[in-house]
Design a protein around this ligand. Sequence first.
Ligand code: GDP
Ligand code: MG
Length: 438
Amino acid sequence: SLQDKMESAFKNLKGEGKLTEINVAQSIKEIRRALVAADVNYKIAKEFTDKIKDEALGSKNILKSVKPGELMVKIVMDEMTTLMGGQATGINVKGNPGVVLVAGLQGSGKTTFSGKLALFLKEKKSMKPLLVACDVYRPAAIDQLTVLAEQIGAAVYKEPENKNPVSIAQNAIAYAKGHSHDVVIVDTAGRLAIDEVMMTEIRNIKSGINPTETLFVVDSMTGQDAVNTALAFNDVIDYDGVVLTKLDGDTRGGAALSVKYTVGKPIKFASTGEKLNTLDVFHPERMAQRILGMGDIVSFVEKAQDQFDEEEAKRLEKKIKRNKFDYNDFLQQVNQIKKMGDLKSLMGMIPGMGKAIKDIDINDGAFSKVESIIYSMTEDERLKPEILNMSRKRRIAMGCGHNIHEINMFVKQFEQMRKMMTQMSKGKGMERMMQQMQ
Ligand code: GDP
Ligand code: MG
C-alpha cells in the first residue's frame, strides 16, 4: 500500500545524522515511485516531490532533537495537506429550500451518499431534508432510495410514471416549499462510462433547478480514471465540490491526492462505508495523516519546532547583548518574517506599530533589496559587519546592482538598528518588548 511504501521511503533516513543531498534524493525517489504506484499522475508526483526536496534541503537539519526521517514525514505530510486543498470546505445548503444536486457515474455511490448526506444534515444541522429520486431508468433505483430514506427517517419524493428527471426535480422543489423541507437532495442517474446522453441530462437538470450546491461523486478506488471522470463532469456542470466514496476499501490514495490539483475543485466529503452514518467532512490534514499513518510523529516534530524557535530566540538575544548581531542573523530574521506570512498585518500586531505603518507599502518585495545586498557580501563580511570599508562596499554595490548610496544607507541603518537593539537588551527593554508581543 501507499502507506507501507511511504514508510519504507522514510526508513531510508534511519540512522542518518542529517538530511543531505544524497539521502534526500534516495527518499524522494521512493516517495515518487510510491505516489505513481498509488495512481497519482506522474506530473503531479514529480512536482510534489520537487517541492519536498526543496523543503527538506532548505530545512538544514536545524532541529537537533528531530531525526531526519521524522522531519521528512512532517514535510511530506504538510505538502500532502496543501495538495489536497489545505482546509476543509463546507457546502452551501442555504435557500428556500437549499438544493443539492448529486452527479456521477453509475455505481460511484450517489444514492448511498445522498442518504448519508440527508442523515448528516438532519442530525448535524437539524435540517429537514427531502430526497428526490431522479434516476428514472431503473425502477430498482427508486426503491433503493426509498429504503434508504426509511432507514434514516427522511422523506423521499418520487414520480414512478414520470420519465423526465428535470420536471421531477422541479416538482420536488415546489413540494419541498409546501412541506417545510429546507433542503432538497437530488439523486440522479449515472452510466457506466461518460456519454452524451448522461451529460446532456445532468446539464439539463442543473440548469432546470439551479442548485445551491452541485456535488460530483467519485469512487476513490478508480484511481486516475476518477480524475479523468472528474474533469469531464466539471467541464459539463462546473460542480462545487467532490465527494470521494469507498475510502474504506483498498483505495490507493491517488484520487484523493490528485483531484483538487487537477480539477481545482475541493473534496468536500469522504465516504467510508456502506453504513449510513459514515459520512465525514473531508479534512485534507486528516487524510494526509491517514495516508501516511503517522500522526504522532507530526505532532512530535511540531513540538520540537516550537522548542527550536525558543532556543533560537535565546541564542539571538545573547548575540544582541554582546553587540554581535550580524548580517546572517538579519537574513535569518527576514526569512522568519517572510515565512510567517503577511508582513503588514504581522507588524500591525506590535503595539504602536499599527498606526505607523498604515500608509506604508510593505510586502515581501520590501526585503528583496536588502537581501540582494547581503547576498553580495562575503561570509566574512556578514559575520563581521565592522570590516565593511569603502572598497568592500563598492564591490558589494557592483555585485547586487544597487548604487553605493543605497549600500551606505543600508549599512548605516543596520548599524543603528544593531546599536539600538544592544542598548535595549541591556536596559531589559528588549525583554519587555518581547513579552508584550507574545
Ligand atoms: P450509484 O449508482 O452512484 O447510486 O451508487 P450506489 O449508491 O448505489 O452504490 C453502489 C455500490 O457501492 C453499492 O453496493 C453501495 O453499497 C456501495 N457503496 C457506496 N458507497 C460506499 C462506500 O463509501 N464504501 C463502500 N464500501 N461501499 C459503498
Ligand atoms: Mg443510484
